[in-house]
Write a protein of this length. Structure first.
Ligand SMILES: Cc1cc2nc3c(=O)[nH]c(=O)nc-3n(C[C@H](O)[C@H](O)[C@H](O)COP(=O)(O)O)c2cc1C
Length: 249
């Protein structure tokens, strides 16, 4: 079993084999105080937003908490846990449920500006299917009506699932944003930095601090920095056997 202290030293470049990268990413809870250079962070954000997303609607946002005052407050709002106490950087990873309509329009606009000859299904997808799939209406009435209609269709033929209420829209945004978070953590590792994803935080207070809109859901906070040599407290990587997780059908 691999332990954190037997890991090879982090490389100075972002060029690493995929296998090595995945193996080296560990949740680190003790960081050195040095900050991560802005160009490295920006590169990692660029890698994050290359993640796939449902309907390519890219519901993620990343709030890089930079000022000393806000970083200090984040330590409190992440419950003063180890990975927050020493963190050099805090990134609040947010999923947005209210931007899909705007982004569907922007995607069409971008395609038109690039003078790409839009295939008809693509056009129909963003003009018609996307609004049909995600419009909820007041009190999610349209979402529940759609669910009823799809349920009836499903009796006769396969029919996909779309979010029927705000809670399912949140799950919709969290799915894609989580993939971007993983890209971000792997990208930082490829630059020789480490991360810890956090679920232990006060979402209400962080939303207030960042003045996030109502449709924002905090998916996770990622703390990051250079791994401290004493980061051995959490021990070896532990995974249950593949037979628990992988099935053939
Ligand atoms: C969404 C998410 C939330 C997590 N929350 C915390 C947390 O609040 N505190 C913490 O110390 N680790 C947290 N972790 C890290 C996990 O404990 C860690 O990924 C797991 O133990 C496996 O270790 P590894 O990442 O080094 O492979 C979180 C991980 C994820 C993906």
């Amino acid at each position: 079993m691999e332990t954190q202290n037997t890991l090879t030293p982090p490389p100075a470049t972002a060029d690493m084999s995929f296998r090595q990268l995945v193996n080296e990413r560990r949740s680190v809870r003790s960081f050195l105080p040095e900050r991560i250079p802005s160009d490295v962070m920006q590169d990692c954000f660029d890698m994050a937003i290359l993640a796939p997303s449902v309907s390519n609607l890219q519901p993620w946002q990343f709030y890089w908490v930079k000022s000393d005052k806000n970083r200090e407050e984040m330590r409190d709002l992440c419950m003063r846990q180890e990975a927050a106490n020493t963190a050099a950087e805090f990134v609040v990873c947010v999923g947005r449920t209210g931007l899909w309509r705007k982004y569907a329009k922007l995607i069409i606009q971008q395609m038109e500006e690039a003078q790409l000859d839009l295939p008809k299904p693509f056009d129909i997808y963003y003009h018609k299917i996307v609004p049909i799939s995600y419009t909820l209406g007041p009190l999610s009435i349209l979402g529940y009506l759609r669910e009823f209609l799809f349920w009836a269709i499903r009796v006769f033929r396969p029919m996909s699932h779309t979010p029927k209420n705000r809670s399912e829209m949140r799950a919709w945004a969290i799915k894609s944003t989580s993939l971007a978070c993983q890209n971000f953590m792997l990208a930082l590792r490829a630059h020789g930095y480490d991360t810890c994803a956090l679920d232990g935080f006060d979402p209400t207070r962080i939303k207030r601090m960042l003045k996030l809109p109502r449709d924002a859901v905090i998916v996770m906070v990622i703390t990051a920095g250079k791994r401290a040599p004493d980061d051995v407290r959490f021990g070896p990587r532990l995974r249950l056997g593949r037979e628990n997780f992988v099935f053939e059908a």
